[in-house]
Write a protein that binds this ligand. Structure first.
Ligand SMILES: [Fe+2]
Length: 206
């Protein structure tokens, strides 16, 4: 089965009914659109975006990266498994946020050894351009996340890195500002709404 179909089938089974399904589809959409403009494999970008949070479960927290990794290894999709881990670490030092987790050593070793490629970077960026309402600018997504999760000592470094990635992919796409590609999508954002107000109390999104 071709990769994209396989991704849709796994998403339908694992994610489609979850509260963050719109986020997953949004990340896939953003990743695919940028990939098409940047001349990298759009089907891979779509697949990696769609399944990056496949391990999310209520209250899974950091566990979602390991659950996703194991699920995708069991599906014999090691490239997707890799994204399940790398998408959470635009800055490798952000690992310090999860020092208490039982799988810390495994993830720390994995992230230290892996050399990020364009797909890792693309999903890290796209994860900051989609929320439960759909495709949104990084600024909106950042508010959405910060209103639901506490900032960490690494939040600033992470956000700086996301803007570096925005510029990196703008250059690859041949535009001065990556947002030029998303004018239509951003015109649909409801800026009268408080970001994240759909679920201050519920778990299951990121
Ligand atoms: Fe995500």
């Amino acid at each position: 089965m071709e990769l994209r179909k396989r991704a849709d089938e796994i998403f339908a089974r694992e994610c489609a009914k979850r509260i963050d399904a719109v986020h997953g589809r949004g990340v896939a959409y953003v990743a695919e659109k940028i990939a098409k403009h940047a001349g990298i494999d759009a089907d891979k970008a779509y697949t990696f975006g769609l399944l990056h949070d496949v391990g999310k479960e209520p209250h899974s927290g950091w566990g979602h990266i390991m659950i996703g990794y194991e699920k995708m290894m069991n599906e014999d999709l090691p490239e997707v498994a890799r994204i399940c881990l790398t998408h959470s670490f635009p800055v490798k030092s952000v690992l310090s946020d999860m020092r208490d987790e039982e799988f810390y050593d495994f993830v720390a070793d994995y992230i230290e050894k892996v050399e990020y490629d364009d797909y890792d970077l693309l999903v890290q960026l796209a994860d900051f351009m989609a929320c439960a309402d759909g495709v949104v600018p990084i600024e909106w997504r950042t508010c959405d996340v910060l209103l639901r999760h506490q900032a960490t000592p690494n939040s600033q470094a992470m956000l700086r890195r996301i803007y570096e990635l925005k510029q990196y992919f703008a250059e690859k796409c041949g535009v001065s500002d990556l947002y030029e590609l998303f004018d239509e999508e951003f015109s649909k954002v409801n800026y009268h709404k408080i970001p994240g107000d759909y679920k201050f109390e519920k778990e299951g999104t990121k």
